[in-house]
Design a protein around this ligand. Structure first.
Ligand code: NAD
Ligand code: MG
Length: 384
């Protein structure tokens, strides 16, 4: 188990649950970061006494510095601060629990500083998968999945004798709040209904991604990079109860699954204790109590984002960065009431169509692709 961690995005859903895991196992914290939640970051700093606290927003950072003037914690701001937090001397591992592309540079900084990474921030692996996995190899560090499906696959892989025995990765999807609805029924689906996830309590961005099933599309791309398998070896099955977190089908058609209650503290903890296991803050799974597990084919006609992501993955190069960047903007615009539910998939598809056939060779290439996709979506929505 790690003894010291740096947590990027400590005020979020994953960040706060990671701190509960730290509480349970007395893991020390060397850096904490937040975007704008000054009050919660102040409380976290007073409790965990990290060396460094970072707020992306400059005004918030100034305020936090005043609030923490009686402590030994240094306060920084912006991307520069995030990158310093990603690579503190003391941390054995950096948990990236940021949401969105803002996490790419900090992840690369941490890897280049020789830190192992626990990665929740899937958007950056979707957009910069090639860069990140190359940096991981070059620096000989570990990239440990936090996303529950990928943690499940990672755990199921432990019984894998040789990679060629893997026939398929089977990602499970809850189906989100709109499972079973028709395309027509979702034309006017409201953000407040989309934010009511049946099984998981998560940040707003990923909750909307679950409603559109963009989340599963992002996870297919995430799996491609984490486990180095081609897209046609990654299947998705809708499993409403979110008890089976994902599976591997081996060449003999034996399927190995990982199960547990839908609680992110299990995958978060496993990333921090790997390869060991410890008692966790999560309750035991009582299958008789759950009684029934159900499975369905995903409805890719109503929820088009998944197919668009597969398209982007096939196209390769910068296309996934375009898909992700477009989705980040469209997801926010939908929450702000500026576009309708199905517009999200349409806009992501437009961005994938517009992506040049070019490799994601450098950080700048990926950041530029992300910026182009955001610009395209903004123009399309504003009819410019
Ligand atoms: P969240 O919105 O609850 O928290 C995000 C964190 O990032 C917060 O601490 C916030 O202050 C910080 N942040 C947001 N925007 C920022 C910016 N521009 N600059 C700097 N910091 C910023 O999100 P979350 O649900 O915890 O998700 C975090 C990541 O984990 C996402 O990539 C998500 O897809 C992934 N994930 C989350 C869950 C979950 O259960 N919440 C499950 C699987 C994967
Ligand atoms: Mg997931």
């Amino acid at each position: 188990m790690v003894s010291n961690i740096s947590i990027l995005g400590s005020t979020g859903s994953i960040g706060t649950q990671a701190l509960q895991v730290c509480d349970k196992h007395n893991i020390k914290v060397s850096a904490l970061t937040a975007n704008t939640n000054t009050a919660l970051l102040e409380a976290q700093v007073r409790k965990y006494k990290p060396k460094l606290a970072v707020m992306t927003d400059e005004n918030c950072a100034r305020k936090l510095k005043l609030l923490l003037s009686d402590t030994d914690t240094k306060v920084l701001c912006g991307m520069e601060g995030l990158c310093q937090a990603a690579a503190t001397d003391e941390a054995e591992i950096t948990l990236n629990a940021l949401v969105g592309m803002v996490g790419l540079r900090p992840t690369l900084t941490a890897i280049n500083a020789g830190k192992n990474i626990a990665l929740a921030n899937k958007e950056t692996l979707v957009a910069g998968g090639e860069l990140v996995t190359k940096a991981v190899k070059e620096n000989n560090v570990k990239l440990l999945p936090v996303d529950s499906e990928h943690s499940a696959i990672f755990q199921c892989l432990e019984g894998c004798y040789q990679k060629k025995d893997i026939k398929k990765l089977i990602l499970t999807a809850s189906g989100g709040p709109f499972f079973g609805k028709t395309y027509e029924e979702l034309i006017n689906a409201s953000p407040s209904d989309a934010l009511k996830h049946p099984n998981w309590s998560m940040g707003q961005k990923i909750t909307i991604d679950s409603a559109t099933m963009m989340n599963k599309g992002l996870e297919i791309i995430e799996a491609r990079w984490l486990f180095d398998v081609p897209s046609d070896m990654i299947d998705v099955v809708v499993h409403r109860e979110s008890i089976i977190h994902s599976m591997i089908q081996y060449s003999d058609n034996s399927v190995i699954a990982q199960l547990g209650l839908p609680d992110m503290r299990i995958p978060i903890q496993y990333a921090l204790t790997y390869p060991e296991r410890y008692e966790s803050p999560v309750s035991e799974l009582d299958l008789a109590d759950i009684a029934k597990l159900t499975f369905y084919k995903p409805d890719e006609k109503t929820f088009r984002c998944m197919a668009v992501c597969k398209d982007a993955l096939k196209k390769g190069g910068l296309a996934p960065a375009f898909a992700n960047g477009a989705n980040e903007v469209a997801n926010l615009m939908y929450r702000q009431g500026k576009i309708k539910f199905h517009d999200i998939a349409t806009l992501v598809q437009e961005a994938v169509n517009a992506a040049p056939k070019a490799p994601a060779g450098s950080l700048q290439d990926v950041l530029d692709a992300d910026a182009s996709a955001r610009e395209l979506v903004t123009k399309l929505v504003n009819n410019e």
